[in-house]
Design a protein around this ligand. Structure first.
Ligand code: PAF
Length: 280
């Protein structure tokens, strides 16, 4: 497996593959890779001839008080995992490669970028959309793989790809959970043992909403109230949002129908976690 640091090298690798009529799958990540990322790489390896994984902790998607500096960086272990899962290339650029001095161009998906995580993390989705646009333009991949755990991010990126007519297909893979239900996240390492236990309130809230909806309760107000009650049962958990929204627009709905997204974000101590489910 090769490690490349420049856009030119990544694009050259991808073009050489596509010239031979073979396909390229891209898995964008910020590193600190876990089984959730591995599932994206496996999907990419199954569906594409060649897989590139990007590892770049993107400064523009972190707010000034957020965890950019202490975000876990585990490059060696990440490369081993990527290689094991069939990646041919890891693209790990320095910040100046993605943001050359004086870079003044950003991608803002208006409206969507201010909803859910975008409401409590101003500028976050502008940073995500900008870096993913740069990665997709650099890699010229056939498909790019993202996890459903970041469901609001998926909505923003789907709209961006549609609006900018980017020729990469976005593939969304299911949430990967620990045996007890906790959704995998690179930020889970911040949790103390007790916070780790209390964090299960998020997946319990998601399950409760799914079960109520499956049982016929479709009123968003009642479903979100039940989720909030579950979250309130743990003292270290502080809700950011618990909402039923149309996935494509992230607009709240009053009645949940098939395809409606239930999404939750909460701080567990100082760590902000997210989880969600798509209603059947
Ligand atoms: O989901 C992530 O890890 C990041 O937001 C992404 C898509 C790699 C952009 O930095």
């Amino acid at each position: 497996m090769e490690i490349v640091r420049t856009v030119e090298a990544l694009r050259g690798w991808s073009r050489a593959i596509r010239m031979q009529d073979e396909t390229v799958g891209l898995v964008p990540t910020m590193g600190a890779l876990h089984a959730g990322h591995a599932s994206l790489m496996r999907a990419a390896a199954e569906q594409c001839g060649h897989v590139a994984v990007t590892i770049f902790v993107n400064p523009t998607q972190f707010g000034p008080q957020e965890d950019f500096d202490r975000y876990p960086r585990t490059f060696e272990a990440d490369c081993m995992l990527a290689e094991r899962e069939g990646a041919r290339v890891v693209f790990a650029p320095p910040v100046e490669e993605m943001y050359p001095a004086g870079a003044a161009t950003f991608v803002d998906v208006e409206g969507l970028s201010g909803r859910l995580d975008g409401a409590s993390r101003p500028g976050h989705f502008r940073g995500v959309a900008t870096v993913v646009a740069k990665l997709l333009i650099a890699a010229e991949a056939d498909r790019a793989y993202f996890g459903q755990k970041d469901a609001a991010q998926v909505a923003v990126l789907r709209r961006m790809v549609r609006d900018l007519r980017i020729g990469t297909e976005l593939v969304v893979c299911p949430i990967v959970r620990e045996a007890d239900g906790l959704a995998l996240s690179s930020r889970n390492v911040y949790l103390s043992t007790d916070e780790r236990r209390q964090a299960l309130a998020l997946s319990r809230a998601v399950k409760r909403v799914e079960a109520m909806a499956a049982g016929g309760e479709r009123r968003a107000a009642l479903l979100t109230e039940a989720a909030r009650q579950t979250l309130a049962s743990e003292p270290a958990v502080r809700v950011d949002y618990a909402e039923l929204v149309e996935w494509a627009t992230l607009e709240p709905v009053e009645i949940a129908t098939a395809g409606t997204l239930f999404a939750v974000a909460a701080w567990v101590g100082a760590t902000r976690l997210i989880d969600n489910a798509v209603m059947g």
